[in-house]
Ligand binder design. Sequence first.
Ligand code: TRP
Length: 439
Amino acid sequence: MSSEKGKWSSGFGFIMASAGSAIGLGNIWKFPYMTARNGGGMFLLFYIIFALGIGVPVLLAELAVGRYAQKNAVDSCREINPKWGFAGYFGVICSVLVLSFYSVVGGWVIKYLSVSAFSGIPSPLFFGEYSVKAYEPILFQALFILICALIVIKGVSGGIEKCSEIMLPLLIVFLIGIMFFVFGEENAAEGIKYFLLPRVSEEMPLSEIILAAMGQMFFSLSLGMGTLITYGSYLSKENDLIKSTFTIVILDTVIALIAGLVIIPSAYAFGGEISAGAGMIFETLPAVFAKIRGGRIIMTVMFLLILLAAVTSAISLLEVFSSFLADRVHLKRKPAVLLSAGLCLAVGIAASLSFGVLSDVKIFNMSIFDFVIYLADNVIMPVGAVSICILAGRKWGKENLKREISLGRKKPLRSGNLIHFILNYASPAIIITAAVINF
Ligand code: TRP
C-alpha cells in the first residue's frame, strides 16, 4: 500500500481529518451519558485535567512517532525500537473492538436519520423498542461499516479529508444553535448545574469516576491505539506538531462540552429522569426536536451531521487495521479494507445483539456491549498510551523526540524538556495510578 499511500493535501486538511477522527460519537453520544452516569461535574473536572495533562503529550508523541517513521502503527513503533512493535499491535486489535460497538451506534444513527427524514420524529420510547430487535439493527450496522469501507478504499486525502472539512464547522454551528434552544427550557438550569458543578456523593466512588474520565479522554481523542501514529505518518515535515496537537485537543473538548450542554439539560427538561445509558441521545434529542418548529428538518440535518462525524471517526479506525493488513500481509488496499470491515462486523453483531437476544449474557456484570467499551477504554487504551509514552520518552531518546517535534516550527522549541519529562515520568505514573486504585 505504501505506493498508494497518500499525503494530506494541506495542513488544514490534516487538522480537519485528525479532528474528524477525534470528534465523533465519543463526543456527541458517549460523553454526555458517561458524564451523567459518573456524577456530572466531578467527571467533567477530571476529564479536562486529563485532556490537558495526558491527552496533549500522548497525542503529540503519537504524531511525532508516526511522522518520523512514515509507516503503519506497528512498523512505526518498530522503527523506533525493533522490540516495540507490540505497542502498535494494541491499536490494531483495539481498532476492531472499538469499531465493533461503534458501528452498532452508527447503525442506530442511520436508522434515526431515515425515520426522521421519511416518517417523522420518533417518540422517546422508540429507542427501547428498536434497540432490542435482532435483524434490523444489524442491517443498519452493516450499512454503516460499508459506507466507511467505501471511503477508506478511496484513500486518505480523497475521502477522509474532504468529508471532515465540510462536516465539522457545520456540526459546531448546529450544536450551538440547539444548545441555546435547550437553555431556554424549564428545568434546563438543573441539568446545567449537574453538568458543571463538581460534587462528591456516596454512591459514586471517586476512583471509579477518575478511571472513567481517563478512559473517556483516551477514547475521545483517539489515543493509545496508533490511530494518530497512522495519521501522523501521512504528515509533512513542515507541520507544527505542537500547534496541531493543541488545536485537535481543544476542538475535541469544546465539542464534547457543547454536546454535554445540549444533552444533559435536555434530559432534565424533557426526559424526567436521566437515563444515563447508551440510549441517552436517542431518547432526549427527539424530545427536543419535537418542541421546535421545523424540528423534523433540523433533526434530519442533525442526525446527518452526527452520522458524518461518526463516519470520519470510524474510517480512522478502519484505516489502522487496513493499513496494517496492507503493509504486513501485502494485500492490496481494497481487499485489506474489505477484510477489516468484515471482521469488525462479525464482532459487532454480538455487541448489537447484547441489547436484545443476548441481553442475559453478562461478563463481569456488564453486557457484551458495555464490556467491550470497558475493555477498550479502561484496559487496552491506557496500556497502549503508557507504551507510547515509554517508547517516545525513553526508548527514542530525548534528543530524537525534541528534534522531530522541532521540525516545522517557526520558533525554537522551549518546552522540549517538559514534554519529555511528562512522557517519561508523569503520564505513565498517573495512568498507572488511576488504573491501580480501582482494584
Ligand atoms: N475518538 C473517536 C470518537 O470520539 C473514536 C475513535 C476514532 C477512536 N479512532 C479512535 C477511539 C481510535 C480510540 C482510538 O468518537
